[in-house]
Design a protein. Structure first.
Length: 103
């Protein structure tokens, strides 16, 4: 369910007021969210890397190359996921969370 334009403006205004009123609180909340996301991404990346390693071991065990190739690609994807950016870059003309910027 998406927000109406009025609700988005109201939410943006409330966020701006909160940031202006207590910048230390909002900085701590942003850091907390960032740390949780980083841990979650590293954990899920490690699981994907482990799955890739298992594919490589299966490739060696069965003496075939395709599972090993898939395992290497899986490990690279897991490493890319774990070390990638936390927040995607907003599109041009968009605010921090993808909402239209202040007007």
């Amino acid at each position: 369910m998406s927000l109406s334009e009025r609700e988005e403006r109201l939410l943006t205004q409330m966020e701006r007021e909160l940031r202006a009123e207590d910048p230390r609180f909002t900085a701590r909340m942003d850091d907390s969210i960032s740390r949780r996301r980083r841990r979650r991404r590293i954990r899920s990346g490690a699981i994907v890397i482990t799955a890739g390693l298992i594919l490589i071991l299966l490739s060696v065990w069965h003496n075939t190359i395709w599972p090993g190739t898939l395992g290497i690609l899986t490990m690279l994807a897991g490493a890319g996921w774990a070390t990638g950016p936390l927040f995607p870059r907003p599109a041009a003309g968009r605010g921090r969370r993808g909402h239209p910027g202040p007007t």
